[in-house]
Design a protein around this ligand. Structure first.
Ligand code: VGL
Ligand code: ZN
Length: 239
């Protein structure tokens, strides 16, 4: 009887062991990464039509290696892609007499005008990083009559972004790319308003103009978004 009880205990302990330890990889929270607008037309490297200051080849390669490292470490990587029709409302070419960076009123909206950029199907609209690392590339600015800088909405209608992130179980996001004062800002603020914890990486982002970039950083901080110079996992884990 003594021996039988011993074997029963061993068997129960074995079952307990096999059921209890959860590999740490499953216990870690899932963190999503959204790389915004890293497209030739926004870079000085590729002599883009709307080249953002500071976007030489070295900067884009820095963004690429940081993103590849995150991908190798199990982060879930997504991108946004500015993707305009040729007759897009934000293009100066569709407003004779207007210049880049002029603003116009469309109903109650103020629209900044830009040189034609990221035209659908063109070489300069491609996302410059190895596209195979992205779980999804969400396109924005597709409607001729609406401009949009946020990966979460396009002319007032939601993009697929929120549903994709929710389905993946993501609640925390790292966001960086081009441009700090437009796409990065709009995407980060929309993410925060949808309940995500958000870190924006300033050192992996560049802005179109210094004043709007400074304002964007202030606005993001005011919405509870963490602004980091680089990917600091201690800070990101603590969010
Ligand atoms: C953007 C200007 C014009 C952006 C898009 O994604 O930051 N900026 N179109
Ligand atoms: Zn655009």
């Amino acid at each position: 009887m003594k021996y039988i009880m011993f074997f029963v205990q061993v068997a129960l302990f074995g079952a307990f062991l096999s059921a209890s330890p959860v590999p740490t990889v499953f216990a870690q929270e899932k963190i999503g990464v959204i790389v915004t607008g890293v497209q030739a037309d926004f870079t000085m490297w590729k002599r883009g039509t709307l080249a953002v200051p500071g976007t030489d080849q070295a900067f884009i390669k820095k963004v690429e290696s940081a993103t590849l490292l995150l991908a190798r470490n199990g982060f879930m990587i997504y991108a946004t892609q500015d993707w305009h029709p040729a007759d897009h409302i934000s293009f100066t070419t569709n407003h004779p007499g207007k210049n880049p960076f002029d603003t116009i009123q469309i109903g109650d909206r103020t629209q900044t005008l830009w040189p034609p950029h990221c035209v659908q199907g063109t070489e300069n609209a491609k996302v410059l990083l190895d596209n195979s690392i992205f779980l999804a590339i969400v396109r924005i600015g597709q409607h001729p009559q609406f401009d949009s800088y946020s990966g979460f909405q396009d002319g007032g209608t939601s993009t697929e972004m929120h549903a994709i992130l929710q389905a993946a179980g993501i609640r925390k996001l790292i966001i960086y790319g081009l441009a700090t004062d437009y796409c990065v800002k709009a995407t980060a603020i929309d993410a925060a308003s949808r309940g995500y914890k958000v870190a924006v990486i300033e050192g992996l982002s560049k802005g179109i103009a210094p004043e709007t970039t400074a304002t964007a950083l202030k606005e993001m901080r005011a919405k509870g978004i963490t602004i980091l110079d680089k990917i600091d996992m201690t800070r990101i884990t603590a969010m």
